[in-house]
Ligand binder design. Structure first.
Ligand code: PEP
Ligand code: MG
Length: 893
């Protein structure tokens, strides 16, 4: 293979081979911008080095050829004692890994060439300082010597001569320091600092290769989900100096304003300085515009170069440049990083300038960026005291008084306070508190724990699994970070970062949220300045385009009319999942308890009777809110542990009462029933369709309520479109039994009302067996909805309630997982089941309607998967609807 590419040989399409920096340097050289001569050693060479433990022999030869070409062009030799060629050696991987890997500058300097450099620059001090920097950098990064040794020697020298900064050291001081530094190298490595320029170069290249595999680089890649196999490229570039006097300098520039997207000149310049000086902030930089006075020629060239780059990349670029004695050099460019707001504005601005199409514009903006714009945020400038950081389960910024239970939550909110519900963990009993709270903080549980799912559904900020927090309800104390907090104390939760702060932190609301909820007019009215108004216009254009191009529909998961209306306002085109068990959280829980624990038909029927009117009302409200849009109502799916009293607590209560002279008869009976129904693995137990089959009349009641609600609304001239969904189906027979029962009820209610109720009846695909037998299940289903929460739980065998706190951290650390499969669909495993079920289902019914209603329906990466898999819609929490619309558009564009 060819291991070395001259800059002029490559192009920006070769990031795999040349790394990001190398590919962009090549592109600049190709379009005729002034890039210092140099070459890129490929990532393939790095991979060979990692495999064999040494640099491939061909690489040496290729480096010689490339180097000699540069030497011949410039008429200078690497490390010559007269006007020496010096080079920088920098890493450059495909994905940027800021600060992770090595750079060595001034390679080629030695005892002889330092004099050549002094002669060429006419500046002894500059030459010795450059040499001193080489030994220091080389010693640290190539020879692995403790950097403190050099830093300390430098400080010692400064105090010895009374210099307050590096700049105050004279040429002689620096020459002394070079001697000291060489001594450090000798002592640490047992050999002299390598004098041979080519040897320096070889060693620097190998060190950059080696830096790919340092501990911190591996850690960084795990976090960023970058593969370890890629390797890094190495860029060898002729050194140019910005610190050769007043006609030299260095700077950074953007081709357009990164915050507004407007084209123009943005950046900083520092004369008589090198890149590191800008970073170190030793002197204040000048605005780039000042360069026009200092050096009009270079300024003009820079403007031209920026225009060329923009035309070429058709995107905002950032640039590093150096001017050496009046000559402009481009050292680096890349498509510039930007804030979420800038991403929208830059993209639409580029469309207005006819540089990109709207399809391209939406491809450059992510759902994650949109989501950042939706949340209220803590004022970035405010002072904060961090208490702990845990799992960011439901985004937003919430501030309020600590409350420890429902009663306090209600009492304080009724008194007008904003509250944060702090619990060890939450269960369905806490729903009331969660509804009124601004935020929820739990000490236990993961991202799909009850607290997290419910909070996300309600759009309530939540931080979960904060293990450093000790919630003591008895003592009415929350202990964290050495502090003891009490109800009434104010804390602040950042549901986007998982941070928990002490005290009141100012929050700013988002006009973008206003826009997605109430439309452009309302959003614009909420804006405080023109920049915000421009941003909203940009968001609106992007959203309208995404809606126009997407193939998948976007529905919402909503359990009640309020959520449904909210989702609809945000663009939801239906309800993909109404979890009817959520309609029984809180006060109504006892009704389910009665049904489940009923002994004998009579008792059970009575319990069911009380439910019918409640459910009918629920459905009337929901269907009315979603008038004219498909509304998937799932028959009840309560894992029993979420609905029955806790066995241990109840047993203790009864035992104590007995000791006290006799327990309540009802409690005794309840305990017996709970004992009878107790399951070791409730999530794998009597829930979903199993419960429906086990308890006669339960599903029938819900189906009747749906049918009657439909009749009622039709009679009122409305257009209700319910779809009946059966949960946790594993076998076609389960569905068949329920379907037959449902058809009977629909026929009966329809006949009585004189209308035909041909409501779609379908099922969730949330067990591997359902996915694998989808061909059969499709015979009885009018639609499928993938329940990827349970499908992930049962495919991996991970308990969705426990796993994140238990060992996900380790799994992320050691690379078994790169992200929670409950958050982003595991495409290889769970995704394979989804794809196979799509194929199976459509082999039976080519038009079978399919969607997804697990949490993944709102996750950007997963949405692209579902688009490719051929699903008809995704369903997600109301909050995520706009994000899903954008991502579905991006997937199709
Ligand atoms: C699922 O399992 O993905 C699903 C949507 O159902 P639930 O989360 O209610 O179990
Ligand atoms: Mg499920």
């Amino acid at each position: 293979p060819k291991y070395v590419y001259r800059f002029a040989e490559g192009d920006m399409g070769q990031k795999d081979l040349l790394g990001g920096k190398g590919a962009n340097l090549a592109e600049m050289a190709k379009i005729g911008l002034p890039v210092p001569p140099g070459f890129t050693i490929t990532t393939e060479a790095c991979r060979a080095y990692m495999r064999d433990g040494e640099v491939p022999p061909e690489l040496r030869v290729e480096v010689t050829m490339a180097l000699r070409e540069i030497e011949d062009t410039l008429g200078r030799r690497l490390g010559d004692f007269h006007d020496p060629l010096l080079v920088s050696v920098r890493s450059g991987a495909k994905f940027s890994m800021p600060g992770m890997m090595e750079t060595v500058l001034n390679v080629g300097l030695n005892d002889a060439s330092v004099k050549g450099l002094a002669e060429f620059s006419g500046d002894d001090r500059f030459a010795w300082d450059s040499y001193r920097r080489l030994i220091q950098m080389f010693g640290k990064t190539v020879l692995d010597i403790d950097g403190d040794l050099f830093a300390r020697a430098l400080d010692d020298k400064k105090s010895a001569v009374g210099a307050s900064t590096d700049v105050d050291l004279s040429a002689d001081d620096l020459q002394d320091l070079v001697t000291t530094f060489k001594g450090i190298v000798q002592d640490a490595t047992g050999r002299e600092f390598p004098q041979h320029p080519r040897e320096q170069l070889e060693m620097a290249i190998a060190a950059v290769f080696g830096s790919w595999n340092t501990e911190r680089a591996r850690l960084y890649r795990r976090r960023e989900r970058i593969s370890n196999d890629l390797g890094t490229a190495v860029n060898v570039m002729t050194m140019v100096f910005g610190n050769l006097g007043e006609t030299s300098g260095t700077g950074v520039a953007f081709t357009r304003d990164p915050s507004t997207g407007h084209s123009g000149l943005y950046g900083d310049y520092l004369s008589n300085a090198q890149g590191e000086d800008v970073v170190a902030g030793i002197r204040n930089t000048l605005p780039l515009a000042d360069l026009e006075q200092l050096d009009p020629t270079s300024y003009g060239e820079l403007l031209q170069a920026m225009r060329r780059l923009e035309t070429h990349y058709r995107d905002l670029c950032d640039i590093e440049f150096t001017i050496e004695r009046g000559k402009l050099w481009m050292l680096q460019t890349r498509v510039g990083k930007r804030t979420a707001a800038a991403a929208f504005r830059v993209a639409t601005q580029l469309v207005d300038e006819n540089l990109i199409t709207m399809d391209e514009a939406i491809s450059r903006i992510t759902g994650a960026q949109l989501s950042q714009l939706l949340f209220p945020q803590f004022d970035g400038d405010a002072a904060k005291e961090l208490l702990t950081t845990a799992m960011a389960a439901s985004p937003g910024a919430a501030v309020g008084e600590i409350v420890l239970d429902n009663a306090q939550a209600l009492e304080r909110t009724q008194a007008g306070a904003s509250v944060i519900l702090v619990r060890r963990e939450t269960n369905p009993d806490d729903l009331q508190g969660m509804i009124v709270a601004s935020g929820v903080l739990t000490a236990r549980g993961g991202k799909t724990s009850h607290a997290a799912v419910v909070a996300r559904g309600m759009g309530t900020t939540a931080v979960v699994g904060a293990e450093e927090i000790d919630v003591d309800v008895e003592a009415k104390e929350v202990r964290v970070a050495g502090r003891v907090l009490h109800p009434g104390d104010v804390i602040a939760l950042d549901g986007t970062t998982g941070e928990v702060f002490l005290g009141d932190v100012p929050v700013v609301d988002s006009p973008v949220m206003r826009y997605v909820s109430d439309g452009l007019e309302a959003g614009l009215a909420a804006c405080e300045d023109d920049a915000m108004r421009e941003l909203l216009q940009a968001v609106d254009r992007v959203m309208r385009h995404a809606d126009a191009v997407r193939r998948m529909r976007v529905r919402a998961n909503a359990d009640n009319a309020d959520d449904a209306r909210r989702a609809r306002a945000r663009g939801a085109e239906g309800i993909g999942l109404c979890r009817t068990e959520h309609q029984f959280l809180g006060d109504r829980r006892v009704h389910i308890e009665h049904v489940v624990l009923a002994e004998g038909d009579e008792e059970r029927l009575a319990a069911l009777e009380t439910l019918l009117p409640l459910q009918r009302e629920d459905f009337v409200e929901l269907l009315e809110a979603m008038d004219g849009l498909p509304t998937t109502i799932r028959l009840i799916d309560p894992p029993l542990h979420e609905f029955l009293p806790d066995l241990t607590e109840l047993a203790v209560k009864v035992a104590l009462a007995n000791a006290d002279g006799g327990a309540d008869a009802r409690d005794v009976r309840l305990l017996a029933a709970v004992q009878r129904m107790h399951e070791q693995n409730p999530m794998l137990g009597l829930r979903g369709v199993r419960l429906g089959l086990k308890i006669p009349g339960l599903f029938a009641l819900q189906i009747r309520a749906i049918a009657e609600a439909t009749v009622r609304l039709r009679e009122a001239g409305k257009d209700p479109r319910p779809e009946i969904m059966v949960p946790l189906v594993g076998s076609v027979r389960e569905l068949q039994i329920i379907r037959e029962e449902a058809l009977g009820i629909l026929a009966e209610v329809g006949a009585a009302a004189g209308t035909e109720l041909d409501l779609p009846i379908g099922c969730m695909i949330e067990l591997p067996r359902a996915a694998l037998t989808a061909r059969r299940i499709a015979e009885e289903a009018d639609f499928f909805s993938f329940g990827t929460n349970d499908l992930t739980q049962t495919t991996w065998g991970f308990s969705r309630d426990d796993v994140e706190g238990a060992f996900f951290a380790d799994y992320l650390e050691n690379g078994v997982l790169t992200i929670s499969p409950f958050e982003t669909l595991d495409a290889d495993g769970v995704g394979a089941l989804v794809s196979s079920a799509v194929t199976g289902g459509r082999s039976t019914k080519p038009d079978l309607h399919m969607g997804v209603c697990g949490e993944h329906g709102g996750d950007p990466e997963s949405i692209h998967f579902f688009h490719d898999a051929g699903l008809d819609y995704v369903s997600c929490s109301p909050f995520r609807v706009p994000i899903a619309r954008l991502e579905a558009g991006r997937a199709a564009a």
